[in-house]
Design a protein around this ligand. Structure first.
Ligand SMILES: Cc1cc2nc3c(=O)[nH]c(=O)nc-3n(C[C@H](O)[C@H](O)[C@H](O)COP(=O)(O)OP(=O)(O)OC[C@H]3O[C@@H](n4cnc5c(N)ncnc54)[C@H](O)[C@@H]3O)c2cc1C
Length: 379
């Protein structure tokens, strides 16, 4: 029997599992390795921080999804690959042999990106750690006798949404909280259009978030140093800087792009090891580079499932070309959001309701995995 190892329960792999649940793989032993038994949907994380959702509404339970797909869930963190012998090793040095490996382990925050980050800041990832820290912070802020300052470092979509969500939560708790966003010298949302940037800039201002368009160069216990020499006071610093690659991809001998992400071809297959597939933020399709975003990770689910099925059966793979544009819906703290699609943009409470519907539908799809009579399906 062939062994398929799915590393990470990210956006692409939940799609793969859902497809395997609907159409089971015959004679394949499937293992899903994930450090957590649930996948927090990052698109709804700002809404949870803002207080619009309970945490249970924002998570996909991996155990029932894996079970429906006929897969075993193994709670662990892949730390190393022996590609010659096709074995993945966990952090606890357990060996998991495989015939075909698929990676969807997402990005990491580089702990060395800013001096002091590892000691004094709360990184956005792993998201489970951020969730635990945010719950502690919120309790602390609500009890604090004097006003507190939270700094979010990172001017991309994640950082902007987080800063606005925190500012909104501070009003509803209520607590005396100042929020500042250190967006970097490249400025706010550098990959989006001028109009979208202007919309968010206005909303950030209207919601009382202080915007600093400079680089953070050092994080202290209660400070953030800026490239221009300025020093900010900060009681809590959250780092939402861009996605970095996990170092174990390159260290294992997998071909990577210049930033260390797994290099894949149009079949979502490693350019160096054909029995390894990768999708989502951990991978870069060399022929069609796209921004690292959840939209592309979700879209990769269907072609990845198809090609894993074909690879395991020894059949020819099918090419996949990701769409050129993605719809971004950025929440602004309260139930208001900005939409961006290529040169088009819009904003309003209706955009937030639109995003809410899309996000809830995404979660619902995996919350009730299809029930398949496996004996019949396999026969
Ligand atoms: C606050 C915030 C808001 C965002 N909003 C949007 C949005 O609205 N739209 C959008 O398109 N994008 C958004 N993004 C970006 C989006 O979150 C990422 O692009 C997306 O999560 C990438 O999906 P993925 O499947 O590659 O990885 P992930 O979603 O990160 O999933 C990876 C999984 O792998 C697991 N894992 C990690 N390491 C290992 C390991 N070594 N072994 C086993 N398992 C491992 C992790 O626990 C995780 O469950 C947002 C990001 C943030 C932080």
């Amino acid at each position: 029997m062939k062994r398929l190892l799915l590393a990470g329960g990210g956006h692409a792999h939940v799609g793969v599992l859902e497809r395997f649940a609907r159409e089971p793989l015959a004679d394949v032993d499937v293992t899903l390795v994930s450090p957590f038994a649930r996948q927090v949907y990052s698109g709804m994380l700002p809404g949870w921080i803002a207080g619009h959702y309970a945490l249970e509404e924002c998570v996909i339970a991996l155990a029932p999804l894996a079970q429906a797909a006929g897969a075993r869930l193994h709670l662990a963190h892949v730390a190393r690959l022996d590609l010659q012998n096709r074995i993945a090793y966990t952090e606890a040095a357990e060996a998991i042999p495989f015939d075909v490996l698929s990676l969807d382990t997402g990005p990491v925050i580089d702990p060395d990106a800013i001096p002091g980050l590892a000691q004094h800041a709360i990184p956005l990832r792993p998201i489970e750690a951020l969730i635990a820290q945010w719950q502690r912070l919120l309790a602390h802020f609500a009890e604090a006798a004097s006003g507190q300052t939270v700094t979010v470092i990172g001017g991309g979509a994640g950082g902007v949404e987080l800063a606005l969500a925190i500012a909104h939560r501070a009003q509803t708790v209520p607590c005396a909280l100042r929020v500042q966003l250190v967006a970097g010298r490249a400025g706010l949302l550098p990959s989006l259009t001028h109009t979208v940037r202007a919309r968010l800039r206005r909303l950030i201002d209207a919601r009382g978030v202080r915007l600093i368009e400079d680089d953070a160069v050092e994080i202290g216990r209660h400070t953030v140093l800026l490239a221009d020499g300025g020093e900010l006071t900060s009681d809590a610093t959250i780092v939402a800087i861009g996605a970095a690659a996990a170092p174990w991809f390159g260290a294992s001998g997998l071909a990577t792009d210049e930033a260390g992400f797994v290099a894949v071809n149009e079949y979502l297959q490693s350019t160096s090891h054909p029995f390894v597939f990768a999708a989502g933020d951990c991978a870069t399709m060399l022929a069609h580079r796209r921004p690292k975003s959840g939209v592309y990770a979700v879209r990769a689910g269907a072609p990845l499932a198809r090609n894993l099925r074909r690879a395991l059966a020894g059949r020819p793979l099918v090419r996949y070309r990701p769409q050129k544009r993605a719809l971004y819906l950025l929440s602004a703290g309260d139930k208001y959001a900005v939409a961006s699609w290529g040169p088009w943009s819009a904003e309003g409470a209706w955009v937030w309701r639109w995003k809410d519907r899309i996000d809830r539908r995404f979660i619902a799809r995996y919350a009730r995995p299809p029930v398949v009579n496996r004996a019949v399906a396999a026969g």
